[in-house]
Ligand binder design. Structure first.
Ligand SMILES: [Zn+2]
Length: 240
């Protein structure tokens, strides 16, 4: 894996094991892509069954489910920290399958932390305690994974990043996604100039930070500092 970003490294503790773990993986990924190209692909992956979100269980995971090893779709940086609710895990897989269909040339994305098998405090995070949160590394250049390095707005692969965000929101299971405000602005500019979304649709997906009662909205992307190197995806649970 060659990371060509000129930006500073956000977290050496995370990057070093990532490079060790996945450095050898990409030759396999390109072989797999060739295989995928020969397969007839369905236009759209079948929609996820509509399911109610699991009950919220503070500091525990309802029905702990490990994100499976699916290297053609994504790479997990630590399987021990890859546990979520079944609802979360199915949502991630469905989104990854959609990205694979829509952007077959893009590298499989790298998933950082979800939660421990039984939930609870995960070092380095405030969230990630209930199997509802997942960190996904950003895309830069043309479908390349930044391996949790900061991505400056000018280097963001907006097309693939939008494909990933849209696939996550389309699962109908996402509460919110957190992303750096400057990266959100870059996405909004691209969505406007390409005519992908109308101004109203952009506001619905990316409500401004000062939107009243923003925490009551779901299926949205919210601006958050310290999110230049990943998307933080928060899946739903229900209170009762
Ligand atoms: Zn996170």
């Amino acid at each position: 894996m060659t990371v060509r970003l000129g930006s500073r490294i956000g977290n050496m503790d995370i990057i070093t094991p990532l490079i060790l773990l996945f450095g050898a993986g990409y030759s396999n990924a390109s072989e797999l892509r060739m295989w995928l190209d020969e397969e007839p692909l369905a236009a759209q992956y079948p929609a996820l069954p509509e399911e109610t979100a699991p009950l919220c269980t503070p500091d525990q995971i309802a029905e702990p489910t490990q994100l499976p090893d699916l290297p053609q779709l994504y790479a997990r940086w630590d399987p021990a920290r890859s546990w979520g609710t079944a609802y979360t895990v199915e949502g991630i897989i469905a989104a990854a399958e959609q990205v694979r269909l829509d952007r077959p040339q893009a590298e499989p994305f790298i998933i950082g932390d979800l939660s421990w098998e039984h939930g609870g405090f995960l070092p380095g995070h405030r969230d990630h305690r209930e199997g509802l949160d997942a960190d996904i590394s950003l895309y830069f250049g043309d479908g390349e994974q930044a391996a949790f390095q900061d991505v400056p707005p000018s280097k963001l692969d907006v097309r693939t990043t939008w494909t990933l965000i849209e696939a996550l929101l389309d699962t109908g299971r996402v509460d919110y996604i957190l992303l750096d405000p400057a990266l959100i602005q870059t996405l909004e500019r691209w969505l406007t100039s390409e005519g992908v979304l109308t101004a109203e649709e952009i506001t619905a997906v990316f409500p401004p930070a000062n939107t009243p009662r923003i925490w009551e909205l779901d299926s949205i992307v919210r601006p958050a500092a310290r999110h230049r190197n990943h998307l933080h995806v928060h899946f739903r649970c229900r209170r009762y």
